[in-house]
Write a protein of this length. Structure first.
Lengths: 313, 242
């Protein structure tokens, strides 16, 4: 493939736990399916990993009604964590990931600390290399958002997952807070190896049509994603970088090569691509190739050197 | 057949009524079936826009879609000129099922006629008896190509009579959800299978985002199905309409 330059190692220096990625580009949870859904559009060897759809203990059907609302340069979703549940994931989805040799982060979500512990134990038992903990889904009424916004409960949650899981532990942070540094610190102290950020922002979409002397109204409240959230994501990643030493997987509106550079300067060690997959289904591998071409043309030996150059020059 | 991202060229763009444009797109796409759709990039919008395939000319690899003006995305597409490039993913979704010896009734309501025209063509090529009835709100909205066109009233007004007169064994339809629902109920009452092509707002168009979910009752269980990947064609009797 010739993407050796892009090999990325995310390493928690304190514990020496690390995660090796073929490239620093990861398909974000909820936009990449469970395993090989994108194989018609990309070479599965040409990107770092996929983060699976958020998995809960039980199967979930998600929210009724409209789930998608398009806004200027973005998208509001209220899927509501629809997923097959951990048992079906282990039985039906995991074998495909393994058989096709797809690197992945298992994204998990729960409504109680107990749920997260159980999911961590199952991940441990099934030798899953990396776990991404969703503590911040804005689309479910109970559960993860409450943990995600309080540093004390987030610390406790991270610690309990850590006790049950030896692999590479990533906690995904919510931007819907006034103090992201406190959340990041809590996660690091709780024993996480890495932070991914940001999850979607809370948003409200409203559409009003005036038809036949009447206002027809539609409102959709959910998580906002897409290029419109990039400045918020850059700010949050930068704040997290100032607060912690563990690596950061950055996401929020990434759709082109320049965005990767900007996130590196803000503090990113790897990237996730979300909403852009819906528009350009090949984007995860295309960005890897573009990054590789840039590095080859400009004599950057590897991704670490590129990062160093962007940060220090 | 695998879905792929194609860059096509507009061979023809033609305004066919007061707010519908016909687009002929030439690309390397070499096959598709009626019921399937394409997802077109609108550079001025976040999301792609899905369109039913209205025709496909295999020899010249020309795909036809009908675009009804609804908002900024469709407005952009209607402004394209012959020779312009167009980025689309195709073919997407499942397709209509054929029955060799059955008399088929095709019902297109409004812009829902688009996949029915392609289905009719495919049935004609297979010598399957078919009758296409379409309905439009007003004269300026009519799209040609049906065996019977109803303007003003509902396309369903005389449907039971037509089903009996023409010895219909199977029904296919596309259009507003209320039409599909009522037609499915009529078909159920008469014990005739009815296939409906559904429409929902879509984000990914390939089944991963779960944005375009409908509920079906299958094997006595209610479950989610995506319109983009599991559909857009469903058995009307399986759809949980409310």
């Amino acid at each position: 493939m010739g993407l050796e330059k892009l090999k990325t190692v995310l390493k928690n220096e304190r514990t020496s736990k690390s995660l090796e990625l073929k490239t620093p580009i990861i398909g974000a949870s909820g936009t990449y399916g469970y395993n090989s859904e994108f194989e018609d559009f990309i070479d599965l060897n040409c990107f770092g990993a996929i983060s699976t759809k958020g998995i809960t203990i039980e199967k979930r059907l998600g929210n009724d009604g409209d789930r998608i609302f398009e806004v200027q340069n973005g998208l509001i979703n209220r899927i509501g964590l629809e997923n097959v549940g951990i048992n079906a994931f282990i039985k039906e989805k995991l074998p495909v990931l393994r058989q096709k040799n797809i690197d992945f982060l298992l994204n998990i979500a729960g409504s109680t600390i107990d749920d997260y512990e159980k999911l961590a134990i199952i991940a441990q038992e099934n030798d899953i290399k990396a776990l991404e903990v969703n503590v911040s889904c804005p689309n479910v009424k109970q559960g993860c958002l409450e943990f995600g916004l309080n540093p004390n409960s987030l610390f406790e949650l991270t610690r309990k997952i850590r006790r049950n899981y030896d692999g590479f532990l990533i906690v995904k942070l919510s931007p819907n807070t006034s103090d992201i540094k406190a959340l990041a610190t809590a996660v690091e102290q709780g024993g996480a190896d890495c932070i991914s950020a940001i999850n979607t922002l809370r948003g409200l979409g409203i559409k009003i049509d005036y038809v036949g002397n009447k206002f027809l109204k539609k409102t959709v409240q959910g998580g906002l994603s897409g290029t419109c959230i990039k400045p918020v994501a850059l700010y949050m990643v930068n704040q997290i970088r100032q607060a912690v030493k563990i690596p950061i997987i950055a996401m929020g509106g990434i759709s082109k090569l320049d965005d990767l550079f900007e996130f590196i300067l803000a503090g990113a060690d790897a990237f996730q691509i979300g909403t852009a997959n819906f528009i350009y289904p090949s984007i995860c591998s295309n960005l890897a190739f573009e990054l590789n071409d840039f590095m080859t043309k400009n004599n950057f030996k590897d991704f670490e050197h590129l990062k160093g150059a962007i940060i220090n020059e | 057949m695998k879905s792929k991202n194609y860059i096509g060229k507009i061979k023809l763009i033609e305004k066919i009524n007061h707010d519908v444009y016909k687009l002929d797109i030439q690309s390397s796409l070499n096959d598709c079936k009626s019921g399937q759709f394409v997802s077109v990039l609108c550079p001025n919008k976040t999301l792609r826009r899905p369109f039913s395939i209205c025709d496909f000319d295999k020899e010249n690899k020309i795909l036809t879609i009908l675009i009804k003006l609804k908002g900024e995305g469709t407005k952009y597409l209607s402004s394209l000129k012959e020779g312009d490039e167009i980025n689309f993913i195709a073919p997407l979704g499942n397709c209509f099922e054929f029955f060799k010896d059955k008399n088929a009734l095709l019902v297109g309501a409004g812009i829902g006629i688009a996949p029915m025209l392609f289905l009719k063509k495919e049935m004609n090529e297979r010598n399957i008896n078919n009758y296409l009835i379409s309905g439009f709100k007003a004269d300026e909205e009519v799209i040609e190509g049906s065996d019977e066109t109803i303007v003003g009233g509902s396309v369903l007004d005389n449907i039971e009579k037509i089903i009996k007169e023409k010895n219909i064994d199977v029904i296919y339809s596309c259009g507003p959800i209320i039409v599909l629902k009522m037609l499915s109920q009529i078909a159920k009452k008469l014990n005739i299978p009815c296939y409906v092509a559904m429409e929902r707002v879509m984000a990914c168009s390939i089944g991963v985002c779960r944005g375009c979910i409908i509920k079906l009752v299958r094997d006595n269980k209610i479950d989610n199905f995506s319109v983009c990947k599991d559909g857009p064609v469903f058995k009307g009797e399986e759809v949980l309409w409310d």
